[in-house]
Design a protein around this ligand. Structure first.
Ligand code: FPP
Length: 273
């Protein structure tokens, strides 16, 4: 985490919240399901695509705060494999917004030392989108600050299925023994192999679902749901989510220190949550 004045200037609305954060207990990876763009637009009698356009501003605000807090990774769910079912005009606009975002944000990414990594079935996207993605990946490849992962044409089940298929092919070819395939092997063959699992998942718009996002990686993540629609998600909203996360006690299936001293005896087999 940078110096306080670099994160939120004195007197800024974010300052009081940043002061309450414990820099030693920030998540290393925050994943976000950006939901509610359509409802934001409907409420204003605007076309749905205007909600997506407004959502770009929230992406900028979020990435800026992630970089300032020096959080290692943020993964944004921008387009799922199910999103192809939307009207063609909406899909084309989303892809156009993505290209525009990549072009207009490249300089800011480089200034802030941000590495850009798309995840998902990128090879199925339009060549013009792929070109822009590749350009951004190459340009930011040597950046060592926060990693910005954008999930595009992404499906958690498909990602796990791809790893299973790869494992079977490698085992059949005699390249690996079946008992090499354990949780670590699977994690190392997912698209997120180079980053830690998310500590915190945020979903906006009041929906309380995972929607096929990072199914394997979210196994022990804390989940924060907010009714705020994505275009209204601000730095303040992100800071509130981080403060809420810091109030949680993460047990990873074990017991808290307090619980352990009260209940655990040698050989105790009780399971936590
Ligand atoms: C969900 O809102 C949002 C999306 C499907 C796309 C999110 C995309 C952006 C914020 C813009 C492009 C992203 C980047 C990273 C440049 P919804 O349409 O499902 O909203 P609704 O549930 O209210 O209909």
């Amino acid at each position: 985490m940078r110096h306080l004045d670099d994160i939120a200037g004195p007197g800024s609305p974010e300052r009081a919240l940043v002061e309450r954060l414990d820099p030693s207990r920030l998540p290393k990876h925050v994943a976000i399901i950006m939901d509610g763009n359509g409802r934001w637009a409907n409420a204003r009698h605007l076309p749905r695509v205007e909600g997506h356009r407004a959502g770009i501003q929230a992406v900028r605000q979020t990435v800026e705060m992630i970089a300032r807090l020096e959080i290692g990774v943020v993964t944004l769910y921008a387009f799922s494999t199910e999103n192809w079912k939307r009207p063609r005009h909406e899909v084309v606009t989303l892809m156009g917004l993505l290209k525009h975002y990549l072009r207009s944000e490249l300089a800011t990414m480089l200034e802030n030392n941000l590495r850009f990594v798309p995840i998902g079935r990128i090879e199925q996207l339009d060549p013009s989108v792929r070109r822009e993605l590749e350009r951004t990946v190459e340009a930011t490849a040597r950046c060592t600050g926060s990693t910005i992962q954008i999930a595009l044409n992404y499906s958690g089940r498909q990602e796990i299925t791809d790893v299973v298929r790869r494992a079977v092919i490698a085992a059949r070819a005699g390249e690996i023994e079946p008992d090499v395939i354990d949780e670590t092997w699977i994690s190392q063959h997912l698209s997120t192999a180079r980053v830690p699992d998310p500590d915190l998942l945020i979903r906006t718009s009041g929906e309380q679902r995972i929607s096929n996002f990072l199914l394997w990686q979210l196994a022990y993540s804390e989940i924060y749901f907010t009714p705020v629609l994505w275009p209204d998600f601000s730095k303040i909203e992100l800071l509130n989510a981080l403060l809420d996360y810091q109030r949680r006690e993460r047990r990873f299936g074990g017991l808290s220190d307090e619980g352990r001293s009260l209940f655990t005896a040698p050989g105790d087999l009780s399971a936590g949550s």
